[in-house]
Design a protein around this ligand. Structure first.
Ligand SMILES: [Zn+2]
Length: 170
């Protein structure tokens, strides 16, 4: 059943990308601002892959999945935690070349801009990787989640330094 679903999705993505490449070549490079306005169709553009950090199939975690474009490479992550660990690894230079970051709003499961998101730590909700940074599009959402789920702190993306990652994920 799962295999069939994946195959159908693969076929569908294939058809969409063929259609796009035939009709609309010039807009390929200009689609970075479609994240918020077009989140339903933007999901179909992703090439679903396994998590860059831990290898798990990211498609299995719709509440947590992250899609990152850095160094002109599309990278998938099963959860924010795996992306933060990847970005903290200076050997890949990804942190200095982020082009697009789609994280999943935990409440709506829509993709949102990860650089503008609010991340709650220390809550009772764990991702497939354990302790995690739970993303929300607004501070109000983050605050109410923190109260409901015993969270400890809200971070902006810029505030999540290597020290914070070590502190919050250990
Ligand atoms: Zn992972």
């Amino acid at each position: 059943m799962l295999k069939l679903n994946k195959f159908c999705l693969f076929l569908f993505v294939g058809i969409i990308s063929i259609t796009f490449s035939c009709t609309n070549k010039t807009t390929k490079e200009e689609n970075t601002d479609t994240i918020e306005s077009n989140s339903e169709t933007s999901e179909q553009k992703y090439n679903w892959t396994d998590c860059q950090n831990c290898g798990m199939p990211t498609n299995d975690f719709p509440h947590w999945q992250v899609m990152l474009k850095a160094n002109s490479e599309n990278l998938a992550f099963c959860a924010p935690r795996c992306m933060m660990i990847h970005l903290a690894d200076s050997s890949n230079n990804a942190a200095n070349s982020i082009e697009k970051m789609d994280v999943t709003d935990y409440y709506t499961t829509q993709k949102i801009d990860g650089k503008a998101a609010f991340y709650v730590t220390g809550s009772d909700k764990t991702s497939p990787m354990g302790k995690d940074f739970v993303p929300f599009s607004t501070k109000e959402e983050a605050t109410s989640f923190m109260q409901e789920h015993n969270g400890k702190k809200i971070y902006s993306f810029e505030e999540i330094t290597q020290e914070v990652i070590v502190l919050e994920l250990k």
